[in-house]
Design a protein around this ligand. Sequence first.
Ligand SMILES: Nc1ncnc2c1ncn2[C@@H]1O[C@H](COP(=O)(O)OP(=O)(O)O)[C@@H](O)[C@H]1O
Ligand SMILES: [Mg+2]
Length: 227
Amino acid sequence: MAAIEAEELTRIFQVGGEEVRALDGLTVSLERGSLAAVVGPSGSGKSTLMALLGGLDTPSSGSVSVYDQKLNGMAPVDLAAYRRSTVGFVFQDFFLLSHLTAIENVEVPLKLAQVSRSERRDRANELIELVGLGHRGEHRPQQLSGGERQRVAIARALANRPKLLLADEPTGNLDEKTGMAITEILLNLNKDRDITVLLVTHNPELAKQTEIQFHLGGGKLQKTICS
Ligand SMILES: Nc1ncnc2c1ncn2[C@@H]1O[C@H](COP(=O)(O)OP(=O)(O)O)[C@@H](O)[C@H]1O
Ligand SMILES: [Mg+2]
């Protein structure tokens, strides 16, 4: 069964009267439980694809379905529910809330999903443990290293038990060793929790650890490699 089905996906941005075709008729699918990487040069449409899959942006044309939910034409309230419950998003820049502790950051999506206070605390604690930060739960982002911040962001992305985890250059701001540790967490989530993981990376070593690699170029799928 498919986790992702995107057909003829096109996203055109208007920039100063010019059209930028960030995606230009991209068709791609991914089976449930897969671990895949999106690779390609800067500007090839990787982040645009991730935003469309995550319901953060809407295509100019073409269709996207994730776990049988067709995102095209979805009402805003349903799209918000989709973002909250079906997908988890991890970004290069972490995007943690600086005035909240690690645990409180993980609780944010749980609050939005109206999970009770005690369950929120339990689940956030469990996830902070899972990413190896049990001793840092009360720290705020500026008291954490880059790798630790990304661990918090991963825990937050998992809060509402997503089926699909989208990670856009999750190790892009980290040194090599820290990046490896973060990669390890993502690989284990795919293996142990049956979460479909799609990650964008510039790192060929990281891409090699995935089963499937989608190569983008000029907003199109150039080739797919299965290892
Ligand atoms: N919000 C935007 N407005 C205008 N152009 C954009 C926007 N987002 C992306 N683009 C353009 O679309 C192309 C693909 O961008 P992106 O998906 O970010 O590529 P990648 O993540 O592979 O580096 C680039 O040419 C970029 O400049
Ligand atoms: Mg990008």
